[in-house]
Design a protein around this ligand. Sequence first.
Ligand code: ADP
Ligand code: MG
Length: 375
Amino acid sequence: MTAMLEIKQVGKSYGKQEVLGSVDLSVQAGEIISVLGPSGCGKSTLLQLIAGLQQPDRGEILLRGKLAASRSAMLAPEKRGINMVFQDYALWPHMTVFENIAYGMRRSRQDQAGIKASVAELAALLRLEGLEQRLPPQLSGGQQQRVAIARALATKPDLMLLDEPLSNLDMQLRVEMRTEMAYLFKKLGTTVFHVTHDPEEAFSMADRLVIMREGAIDQIGTPQECWRRPASASAAKLLGAGNRLEVMGRIGGGVSVGEAKLAGVWPGQLAASNAEGPAQLLFRPDAADFQPHVVCTSGEAAESAASLEPAWERNRLPVHVVHSVFEGKGWRVLARTSDGQPLTFLHHRPLAAGDEGLLTISPTDLYLYPILEAN
Ligand code: ADP
Ligand code: MG
């Protein structure tokens, strides 16, 4: 089957700055792709290349198997069967909701009755009924965003490009809208290429997630795969593994942090999994379970508990508490390892500065990467 979109070794520079190195990616019809990456990694540039608003310096972009862009070829944006929703919606402020949605259909000279019927259908689909005669400034952010989607859907594009479509909305509306959007596009069978810096937005939309860093793709997989096995330290950090400890040891075997020995997974290339030396260990604050040191009146009980399993298998990391902050659902605790490295974890009650205990972290939640890798 011909892919809807193929990006082949595409590169782009602005002046001396290389913004995209060599990007390879293909998108099937009906698929929703979310590109996730920090600000400045080249997401919008990639969208503009697909839309035809920029021309690649290297490589090729194919739409439905046909060349749309290369260094020497450039299909006009309006001939690509693509529509785009921008971060700021880019609605025409002097046109009503009706006129905004009808704009593309008018340009393609559809008849008046057909346009009216289509706008009514889209207004119903996007819950904009009754707002057709309003101007964009008279709408809430969420409504404006839905008008932008309706307008983009109106010309029945083969491919929808979404550039941070929810980042101008407040948090609660963002959560609502991303769920609605994912449902809508799946129901319509729209092929979507969506870019965002927000992991939760990417997860809720994506069939396949593409993690980008500095103009290159770090990982492609289902959201679940990427979440469980981030391919690089920077992907792990992007996906919530905010704790980073520098450790020594064998990545494929186990590592040490101060006195503690820990086993973890190394989700990157297996060839280097036995690499010796300094490594970085990343984990999410909610993956660590804290237990305070129990002062045993009977030293015997403490000893027998400790001898049950070697420290290695228990995957326990001694920490001392620095500070706790209330976060609603629980407390976020700032602590340090015995060799002085800072980390945070979540706990169900506040802990006091100076409290000591053990953090238990499952080996499958500890991600190890060679330290040579840039963050
Ligand atoms: P993202 O959307 O991931 O935040 P962008 O693609 O907007 O990233 O930008 C990537 C890099 O390219 C940034 O350093 C940005 O400053 C630069 N850049 C983007 N567009 C242009 C342009 N038209 N001219 C010059 N530099 C640009
Ligand atoms: Mg951008």
